[in-house]
Ligand binder design. Structure first.
Ligand code: FNR
Length: 183
């Protein structure tokens, strides 16, 4: 049976390249992976005061993670780090203390930017944050996608062959990683 992967998108933007990359990944994934794109619209701010009686949107997000065999983060870079919405999602998913819903699930990171640095700082920041809350984080191939601004047509379809090749390579490696480490 295919392993379920929650693909968490670090941008809320309607025309987000991160979202388009996540959607492209669902089409390119090998049969051993079932990718579900998870966007973070409507996920309320983490507030420790609400932990005893968590809002329905936190519960739903946590359940989505718990039903997954693995998680894959697709994120842009904001000011040399991850966007606040993604940090918030990690905070929500990581609680209650000792019961992270990411726990044990192998994780992957794909950063991107329309610019020349591919969001590498965001990816590095994520690698600092996640240990302790997820399963093992795939280290290679490191995937920081540069120049994604001209990779899609006006319907959001991936048209850049070089990028498609990189995504396929990543997915093959991630499929093997998930098979080895799945929850
Ligand atoms: C950016 N952007 C950006 N790009 C980058 O490569 N490094 C950075 O540090 C930043 N910082 C940054 C901060 C803020 C507040 C915004 C709004 C944007 C540009 C960013 O890569 C670009 O807007 C992307 O299109 C955002 O990703 P999505 O929404 O297309 O997925």
């Amino acid at each position: 049976m295919a392993h379920t992967v929650s693909v968490i998108v670090g941008s809320l933007r309607k025309e987000s390249y991160s979202l388009k990359i996540a959607n492209a990944l669902t089409k390119l994934a090998p049969a051993s992976l079932k990718l579900n794109v998870v966007t973070l619209h409507g996920l309320s701010f983490f507030n420790q005061d609400l932990e005893a009686n968590p809002p329905a949107d936190w519960v739903a997000f946590r359940e989505t993670l718990q039903k997954s065999d693995a998680v894959l983060f697709v994120t842009p870079e904001y000011n040399r780090s991850i966007p606040g919405v993604l940090k918030n999602a990690i905070d929500v998913g990581s609680r209650p203390y000792g019961k992270s819903s990411f726990n044990g699930r192998p994780a992957g990171i794909i950063s991107n930017s329309p610019g020349p640095l591919g969001g590498v700082c965001a990816a590095m920041n994520l690698k600092q944050i996640l240990p302790g809350y997820t399963g093992p984080i795939m280290q290679q191939p490191e995937t920081y996608l540069v120049g994604v601004g001209d990779a899609f047509d006006d319907k959001g379809n991936l048209t850049k062959e070089a990028l498609e090749k990189v995504l396929k390579q990543y997915l093959d490696a991630f499929a093997a990683w998930v098979e080895q480490h799945r929850k």
